[in-house]
Design a protein around this ligand. Structure first.
Ligand code: ZN
Length: 390
C-alpha cells in the first residue's frame, strides 16, 4: 500500500511492482470480530482448506511420479466438491496449486530446479481466499457461509472490490484483506514546458532549462560509509564472528541507503512529471556505462529506477515521456551540432565552431531534448531554454 516501501532495488520485486502498477490494484486490511461460533467455523474451514491442499498436492506428486504428468484442473476440482468448503475458496486453492506447478515447469525448462509446493500444516495455512464472489461489504461484512461479521472499516475503499481474504494471524486475531481496482483517473491536462534531462554523477540530474538537481548530501555520506564498510568486510576472515557482525552492519546500512535513495527518486520524479508536459531522457544502456566505468552500480540502479518511475507516473500526470538514443549527447554541441571529445573531467563545453560556452551537463540535456523533439515541434536549435521553439 505504501509506494515507498514497495520499491526495493531488487529485480524480482521490481518486476512485481511493475505489474501491480499496471493493474492499479490496492489492498485494504481491516480487523474483523467474528462471534465465537463464527470463529470456530472459520477455523474449521482453515482446517478443511489445509486438508484439501495436502490431498491435492499428494495426488499431484503421485501422478507426477507414476506418469510424469500433472493432473488437470478439472480433476483437481473434483477434490473440492465434497470437502464442505465454499466452492470459490476451494477453487482458489486449485488455481494456486496450478500456478505453483506452472512456475515449476517454467523453472525446469530453464534448467533450474523449482521443486513442488509444500505440504501445509494448520499453522501455515492462514487464510481463506474469495477470488470473485461469496462476500458483500456494507455496514457489516457478509461472507458465505459464515454470515455477517463485524468489521472495523477505518477507511473507505476506493474503486471496485475484487477479492477478499479472511486472514487469521498467529495471535488469533482475524482480518479481512480486500483488493480493489482503483477507478481510472481522468488524465490531467498538463500545460508545463518541455524538458530534457541528463542524469549524471556530479549532479543527479541537469535539466535543459538550466535547473540542476543535486544528490542529497546525507545520502552521499551514507554511501561513502557503506563503501568503507564493504571494503572492511571483504578483509574479514571467512566464518568469523567479526565477519558476521560486519555483514549485518553492511546489510542494515545498505537498506537505509537504498530506502533514502528511493524516497529521493520518488520525490524528484513526482515533481518533474507534474511540472513538465514533456520529458526527454536518455535510453539507458547499462552495459555500455559499465564498460566506460561511468560509476558505481548503485547509480546505474538509481538511474533505471528513476526512468521507470518517470515512465509510470507520467501518464496520470498528463506528461509525455520519450527516451532517446544516448550516442554523443555529451560530445555534441547543442548549438551547431559539431562533435568533439569531452573527457569526464571537462565540466564546460566550449565549441570553437560557434563559440558556444555551456555547462557540460546542460549542453547534454539540451541535446537530449532536441533529439526528442526533432520532427515533433521542430528542433530546438537555439539551445537557450525551450520557449523560443514553440
Ligand atoms: Zn557549436
Amino acid at each position: 500500500m505504501n509506494d515507498v516501501s514497495l520499491q526495493r532495488p531488487n529485480l524480482a520485486r521490481n518486476r512485481k511492482i511493475h505489474l501491480t502498477t499496471n493493474r492499479k490494484m490496492r489492498a485494504y486490511k481491516f480487523r474483523i470480530y467474528p462471534t465465537k461460533t463464527q470463529d470456530t467455523e472459520m477455523r474449521k474451514h482453515l482446517w478443511l482448506s489445509k486438508n484439501l491442499w495436502n490431498e491435492m498436492l499428494e495426488h499431484t506428486k503421485n501422478m507426477y511420479a507414476d506418469y510424469g504428468m500433472f493432473p488437470t484442473k478439472k480433476s483437481l476440482r473434483q477434490f473440492t466438491q465434497k470437502v464442505g468448503l465454499y466452492s470459490q475458496v476451494g477453487q482458489e486453492l486449485v488455481d494456486r496449486l496450478l500456478d505453483a506447478l506452472k512456475l515449476k515447469m517454467r523453472l525446469k525448462k530453464k534448467g533450474e530446479n523449482g521443486g513442488f509446493p509444500r505440504f501445509k500444516s494448520f499453522a501455515r495455512l492462514k487464510s481463506l481466499n474469495y477470488p470473485q464472489s461469496g462476500f458483500t461489504l456494507e455496514k457489516k461484512l457478509e461472507v458465505t457461509p459464515f454470515g455477517e461479521i463485524t468489521i472495523k472499516q477505518h477507511r473507505e475503499i476506493k474503486g471496485e472490490v475484487k477479492t477478499l481474504s479472511l486472514k487469521r494471524e498467529s495471535s488469533g486475531k482475524w482480518f479481512a484483506v480486500f483488493t480493489a481496482e482503483e477507478p481510472p483517473q481522468e488524465p490531467k491536462i498538463n500545460l508545463g514546458e518541455k524538458v530534457g534531462v541528463d542524469l549524471g554523477l556530479k549532479s543527479f540530474a541537469t535539466l535543459s532549462d538550466g535547473i540542476k538537481i543535486k544528490n542529497p548530501r546525507h545520502l552521499k555520506k551514507h554511501e561513502e560509509r557503506l563503501a568503507f564498510l564493504q571494503r572492511r568486510l571483504s578483509r574479514k576472515l571467512n566464518m568469523s564472528l567479526n565477519r558476521h557482525k560486519a555483514k549485518h552492519k553492511v546489510a542494515m546500512l545498505h537498506e537505509k541507503v537504498s530506502n533514502t535513495r528511493i524516497d529521493f527518486l520518488h520525490k524528484i520524479s513526482s515533481e518533474l512529471v507534474s511540472k513538465y508536459s514533456f520529458i526527454a531522457l536518455e535510453q539507458l544502456a547499462p552495459k555500455e556505462m559499465a564498460e566506460q566505468n561511468y560509476g558505481k552500480s548503485i547509480h546505474d540502479a538509481g538511474w533505471s529506477m528513476f526512468s521507470n518511475m518517470i515512465r509510470y507516473k507520467a501518464a496520470s500526470a498528463g506528461c509525455e515521456v520519450l527516451f532517446v538514443n544516448p550516442k554523443d549527447t555529451t560530445k555534441m554541441c547543442s548549438q551547431c551540432g559539431g562533435i568533439q571529445d569531452m573527457p569526464l573531467s571537462e565540466r564546460i563545453y566550449y565549441c570553437p565552431n560557434c563559440d558556444m560556452l555551456k555547462d557540460r551537463d546542460l549542453n547534454a540535456s539540451i541535446n537530449i531534448l532536441n533529439r526528442a523533439t526533432v520532427g515533433q515541434m521542430g528542433s530546438n536549435a537555439c539551445g537557450e531554454g525551450i520557449k523560443c521553439c514553440q
